[in-house]
Ligand binder design. Structure first.
Ligand code: PSV
Ligand code: MN
Length: 427
């Protein structure tokens, strides 16, 4: 299913006057502050965030899952769904696949289908946290860290195979998230588990094509509760540095203990040239996988503050960052939820672009703490929604994607074609 461009234009026509009034108002306010609004609009229009193939259906918890009608049950349908989001937002120009949930049996056809919707393939993700029916050894007690070399071999080979699938689609990076760890003290020899993980990651890294990058996620707990083999950014960074220059740490916003200063982690990783990418979501407690910006929008803004500064002062040569949403949609329509996340990302990015960096630096150098706070909050408290909407309008997308999605009754159409009781593969 695809959206005709004309439908988007018709929707925009109905809302254009109200939007233009809002945009003109904020533009003149910002021009008075010597801010180049057109440059910000262009930056936002160009910004692209990948959607993971596992986030298009209803998510769930270990207590239950409540399906959502019209979920995509094939890779083709998942690509179609990302295509819908991209048509409405022009921000979701990439899809990230999880193997073996989404094995592309005909890579050329899948590539063509994606290209037809303006999509490219972002990082591919391996899965050594679940056992597959055809696999010889179990990952119950770990994968890349396992005490048994045969299990490690199987997990390494799986990652190499994932890279091969990715190559056929034009991906250029592999993201590894390990569930490896322990739930009971004494279960692991920590040092051996670390060393096994290091040598396994290095083998995967060495097997990747020269133009590929390895992104290493970290997470403090879950599914293991006493220790995780890659619990934090420091361990991820150490592994990345040991692997080589094309290995990077990937920050997933949900993978921190409450109150962790994630923006500081971003700053340090960028100082070291090792920030590779981002998984956006929001949380109250941990890996809650909630809609981006739904709980802590100020934190998101502060993270973007560091990202903008880091991208503008990229002395340590961080690669162009891989942006992805990694959320789970348990209650809301997954497509609406994803569009809300994309919007929240653009809002935070736009606000961070408004920060008066010269004034902030002066205030920092003068240890003028009150001024530092004022400068940040001046940007954060600016209502940038019309700027974000304008960036979509200029790119040919919808002024208000969720409203357009509803007015076109796209979920009803998906249910009509796919049925009410279908289940997507994924988490
Ligand atoms: C699990 O926490 C997780 O969210 C990781 O961040 C991965 O990126 C994703 O699942 C899929 O493997
Ligand atoms: Mn993640």
């Amino acid at each position: 299913m695809k959206i005709a461009q004309q439908n988007i234009q018709e929707f925009n026509q109905k809302h254009i006057i109200k939007h233009k009034n809002r945009f003109d108002f904020i533009s003149s306010e910002l021009s008075d502050r010597s801010i180049d609004v057109d440059a910000i609009v262009q930056t936002l229009s160009d910004f692209q965030v990948a959607v993971p193939s596992w986030a298009l259906g209803a998510g769930g918890t270990r207590f239950g899952r409540f399906s959502f009608g019209g979920e995509p049950s094939t890779l083709e349908e998942k690509i179609d769904d990302v295509g819908l989001i991209h048509a409405l937002t022009h921000t979701a120009g990439a899809i990230s696949l999880h193997i073996p949930w989404d094995i592309p049996s005909d890579a050329a056809a899948i590539r063509e289908r994606a290209a037809d919707r303006g999509l490219v393939f972002d990082a591919v993700n391996s899965n050594t946290f679940q056992d597959q029916s055809d696999q010889e050894y179990s990952y119950k007690y770990g994968s890349l860290c396992h005490v048994d070399a045969k299990v490690r071999r199987q997990a390494i080979d799986h990652n190499i195979q994932v890279v091969e699938y990715g190559e056929a689609l034009g991906s250029k990076s592999l993201t590894v998230w390990l569930a490896d760890g322990t739930s009971f003290p004494g279960q692991h020899n920590f040092r051996k588990a670390h060393q096994h993980t290091q040598s396994s990651l290095k083998e995967i890294y060495n097997a990747m094509p020269d133009d590929w990058k390895l992104y290493i996620e970290y997470k403090p707990y879950e599914p293991n509760f006493y220790s995780m083999v890659i619990p934090d950014w420091g361990t991820s960074l150490a592994f990345a540095q040991e692997c080589g220059p094309r290995a990077h740490t990937l920050v997933d916003l949900g993978h921190h203990l409450p109150n962790t200063n994630i923006e500081q982690i971003v700053a340090i990783l960028m100082t070291k040239g090792r920030l590779g990418g981002f998984h956006f979501n929001d949380s109250k407690y941990g890996d809650d996988d909630l809609t981006v910006g739904s709980i802590k929008p100020y934190q998101l803004f502060l993270i973007f503050n560091e990202l903008v500064y880091g991208m503008e002062n990229n002395v340590a040569d961080n690669p162009p960052l891989a942006w992805m949403i990694d959320a789970s949609h348990n209650l809301k329509d997954p497509l609406e939820d994803l569009m809300q996340s994309l919007d929240a990302i653009l809002v935070a990015y736009a606000q961070a672009l408004l920060i008066d960096r010269v004034a902030l630096e002066q205030a920092q150098e003068a240890s003028n703490v009150a001024a530092c706070q004022d400068i940040l909050q001046q940007a954060y408290r600016t209502d940038v929604r019309a700027i974000v909407a304008e960036s979509r309008l200029r790119a040919g997308a919808a002024i208000d994607p969720v409203a357009a999605y509803r007015s076109m009754r796209l979920r009803d159409q998906l249910i009509d074609t796919r049925g009410l009781h279908v289940t997507a593969t994924g988490l």
